[in-house]
Structure formats: C-alpha cells, structure tokens
Ligand binder design. Structure first.
Ligand SMILES: [Zn+2]
Length: 300
C-alpha cells in the first residue's frame, strides 16, 4: 500500500518547484490577478487578496488570506509601500515559503519607473508613500514590463510549461502593443486636461496621457480632506475650474461631490482596477473604459 501511494505521488508531482498541476498565484490587487490570467491561462490558479471596492492600502491579514498566502507559489503585488501595512504580517503568519528576494516574490513596482519619489521623507506629515507612488498599473507600458517579468518567473517556477507561458506572453504582448497604439491615438485630445484627484491613485494614467493633476482632495497621501483644504481649493478653482474630479470606486465621494457642485466640474468614478465598473472585466477593458470616461467628462 505504501509503495502504491509513493507511485501515485510520483505520478502527480513534476520535477519542477511546483508540486501540483497548477501554479498558485496570490495577487495582492485585482490588476495583477488579471495579468497573471493573461500569461498563466489554464496552468495557474489565481487568488486576488482585494477587490475593486477595497482600499488596497488598508487590508486586514485575516485567516482566509493567511490560508491563501500559505499555498501560494507566487506572490504578485504592487510594492513601493502599498501593502506595507498588511503583506509582511500576512507572509509571516502564513509561514509562507515565498519570501522577499525569491523568484516567487514578484513586486511590480521594481520593474518600472516609480513616480513621485519624495526627496525628503517626512512621515509626521502622514505621507503614506515614502517610496514613491505605488499605483503603477495605470500606465499600460508598465504592464508590458511587468508581464515580461511575470513570464520569466513562471518559466522558472514551472519549467515544464515554459513554452506555454512564452507563447501566451508573445500573444498578449502583441495584442497589448496594438491596444496601446489605439488608446494613445484615441486619447490624444485628452492632453492637457486638468484633473483633480482624491488620492494620487491615477498619477500613472495622468502621466501617460499627458493630463495635468491640478490638485488632490487629500491634504497629503493618506490624510483626508479637511474643511480648510477644501475651502482653499474652492478659491483656487473659482475663476478656472478643472475639467474633471476623479476618484476610485473605493474612495469616499463626499469631498468630490461637494467640490463638483460648488465649482460645476464633473466628478466621476474611474474603474481604477478590474471590475471597478461592470464592463472593466479585464486589463484591455480597464484602459478602454478609463479613456472613454475621461473623454465623456471633457465633452460634458
Ligand atoms: Zn496610494
């Protein structure tokens, strides 16, 4: 009987690092889950720790997440401090075999140019992003770079299926490149559009499309709008209102709506990530919809 069991185990295990048929991917945010699906297809099992209505800065390392992290072969997160409040604790509690520095530990922001790196870090002012802006996924060129790195990691971790991942990457990269050309053409009239943000969640989208961020409703990243800050914005925009006020599905709308009513600029919710609205079901739709929503606001 014991020998029979050993033979069975032998049959179901591969010689690579992955001992089961599927590579378990623990994505900290839905955008990384979606990218993992593009490259990993049927060979990966994806779990996203957060959804579009959750603020990824503030997540609790609850038991269900710990259980998922324990099983992960790849941990795929934004980094640059976005998950600093929960991921290290989660990995520790899960006694995860995927630790920083290992091939299964994939931090997206390490493979792109991080924006808004502060020259002087002053945490007393409440800035929650001392490593720069971690919301790197909203520039599609960043997605290309991160997809390439993810493919490398999958090839290492699940060598048996290396050509499967390489083929899917090649197909994705081609379709993605074509989409970027289409988006950049379609969004050319958005250049110079003046945008007020809630938190600096859209900096990469703003940078990519050549928009201008004129103000943030938060006093500092992580510090909610104060009455005096909002009064100041009201004065600032009295003579020249911005084109749009944007926020994510998880950010509170009260400050956006208040300012919108006072200065008569549209306040809109951009999907921000996968399933941030009903039609943003994958990365392609996420960018498509974000551009169309901005264009709609500009023509309002
Ligand atoms: Zn942030």
């Amino acid at each position: 009987m014991r020998l029979f069991k050993l033979i069975l185990i032998g049959l179901f295990c591969t010689t690579s690092n992955v001992t089961h048929a599927m590579v378990n991917i623990f994505a900290c945010e839905p955008e990384w889950g979606a990218l993992a699906k593009e490259i990993g297809g049927s060979k990966v099992k994806i779990f996203s720790a957060t959804h579009a209505k959750q603020d990824p800065h503030y997540i609790r390392a609850r038991p269900s997440l710990i259980a998922k992290a324990r099983k992960a072969n790849i941990i795929f997160c934004s980094g640059a401090g976005l998950e600093v409040g929960w991921l290290p604790l989660l990995l520790q509690k899960a006694e995860s075999s995927v630790q920083p520095g290992m091939e299964g530990h994939l931090i997206a922001s390490k493979f792109v140019k991080v924006l808004e790196k502060p020259i002087v870090v002053d945490r007393t002012m409440g800035d929650i992003h001392p490593e720069g802006n971690p919301h790197v996924h909203l520039n599609p060129h960043n997605i290309s770079l991160i997809a390439k790195e993810l493919t490398k990691r999958l090839e290492l971790i699940d060598a048996t299926n290396a050509s499967f991942y390489r083929n899917r990457f090649n197909s994705f990269a081609l379709r993605w490149k074509e989409a970027i050309v289409r988006w950049e053409k379609n969004a050319s009239d958005l250049k110079g559009m003046q945008v007020v943000v809630h938190h600096r969640t859209f900096s990469y989208l703003i940078d990519w499309l050549g928009l201008i961020e004129v103000a943030s409703l938060e006093l500092k990243p992580g510090i909610p709008a104060t009455a005096s800050h909002l009064e100041g914005l009201l004065q600032q925009f009295k003579t020249k209102p911005p084109d749009v006020i944007v926020r994510t599905p998880y950010e509170p709308g009260n400050a956006s709506i208040w300012l919108s009513e006072k200065i008569n600029s549209p306040a809109i919710v951009l999907p921000y990530t996968i399933n941030g609205d009903v039609s943003s079901v994958d990365l392609f739709a996420l960018f498509e919809n974000s551009i169309n929503l901005l264009k709609g606001a500009l023509n309002d």
